[in-house]
Design a protein around this ligand. Structure first.
Ligand SMILES: NC(=O)c1ccc[n+]([C@@H]2O[C@H](COP(=O)([O-])OP(=O)(O)OC[C@H]3O[C@@H](n4cnc5c(N)ncnc54)[C@H](O)[C@@H]3O)[C@@H](O)[C@H]2O)c1
Length: 260
């Protein structure tokens, strides 16, 4: 029988994170969930203190060895907190827990991005994120909120994440250390995050005009969980820096063959 793997999942109390934690546990893995509530590690990933506490508690609970990290916690609100959690919290998770991955014989790392990374980003916010300048990024997000352009925040944080994956996956710290680093880009998934957007048939139609999903429409969180199960498995030895769309076709509809 295969050795039990230990996986850390942020945002484990709800939606995609909860479905993934349930699937991995069902398949015999040890899951250390991280969230604001109802988790093994209760921390606020929008703060420096919360991120530091995550690293300390994860080291304690895992005895210094983790096989997979899924940086999945996120917010979709038009707020500065969305920048802090989606980008800086996710990176602090991966970078902070990388030393624990180094102790595994088959370490894996995955970020939950979004197809919203395809929407036009705010360039200034994108640059501040990629420069790792959290005060500047938060400042730019508040300017966007003040000027009624807050809707660009979410997609920009996800664009920054996928850029970061592309820039880092082949580096010494990740590929060089034998750690596949990849991201998933879900389309619309039925979770508490999207419940307000799918509450009526009319709202759902409007959403699917923005995020076209010709293949089977809106997906359930369990569908995303099985992709995360594969990406974090020992079998996934050679995916490097890929942004895996699980979006019912929105990427294909929006970008066609322009990427090839
Ligand atoms: N639902 C979708 O349609 C969809 C589509 C694309 C990408 N995503 C991404 O998938 C991920 C999971 O989203 P979901 O749909 O499961 O949403 P969700 O709201 O059901 O779950 C998100 C979880 O993240 C946690 N979280 C939020 N802020 C936190 C913080 N400061 N510290 C610690 N935990 C925090 C929440 O408490 C919650 O449990 C997010 O990164 C989201 O952007 C979702």
């Amino acid at each position: 029988m295969a050795q039990q793997r230990t996986c850390i999942i942020t945002g484990s109390a709800s939606g995609i994170g909860a479905a993934t934690a349930a699937l991995l546990r069902e398949r015999g893995q040890r899951v250390i969930g991280v969230d604001l509530h109802d988790a093994e590690i209760v921390v606020d990933l929008s703060t420096h203190a919360g991120r530091a506490e995550l690293v300390d508690r994860a080291a304690e609970l895992s005895d210094g060895s983790v096989d997979a990290v899924i940086a999945n916690a996120g917010l979709s609100s038009e707020s500065t907190a969305t920048v802090a959690v989606n980008y800086f919290g996710a990176l602090a998770t991966l970078e902070g827990l990388r030393p624990l991955l180094a102790a595994s014989s088959a370490p894996r790392a995955v970020l939950t991005a979004s197809m919203a990374a395809l929407f036009p980003p705010d360039e200034e916010l994108l640059e501040a994120c990629l420069a790792h300048d959290e005060p500047a990024a938060v400042h730019r997000a508040s300017e966007l909120l003040d000027t009624g352009a807050g809707s660009a925040i979410y997609g920009t944080t996800k664009r920054a994440l996928v850029r970061w994956v592309r820039r880092n996956a082949a580096a010494e710290e990740w590929a060089g250390a034998g750690i596949p680093l990849n991201a998933i880009a879900p389309g619309v998934i039925r979770t508490p995050m999207t419940s307000g957007l799918t509450a009526t048939a009319e709202a759902e139609r409007a959403l699917l005009e923005m995020v076209p999903m010709p293949l089977n429409g809106i997906a359930e969180a369990a569908t995303v969980a099985s992709l995360l199960d594969y990406l974090t498995s020992a079998e996934n030895s050679h995916l490097c820096g890929q942004i895996v769309y699980i979006d019912g076709g929105s990427d294909v509809v929006m970008r066609g063959d322009s990427v090839w």
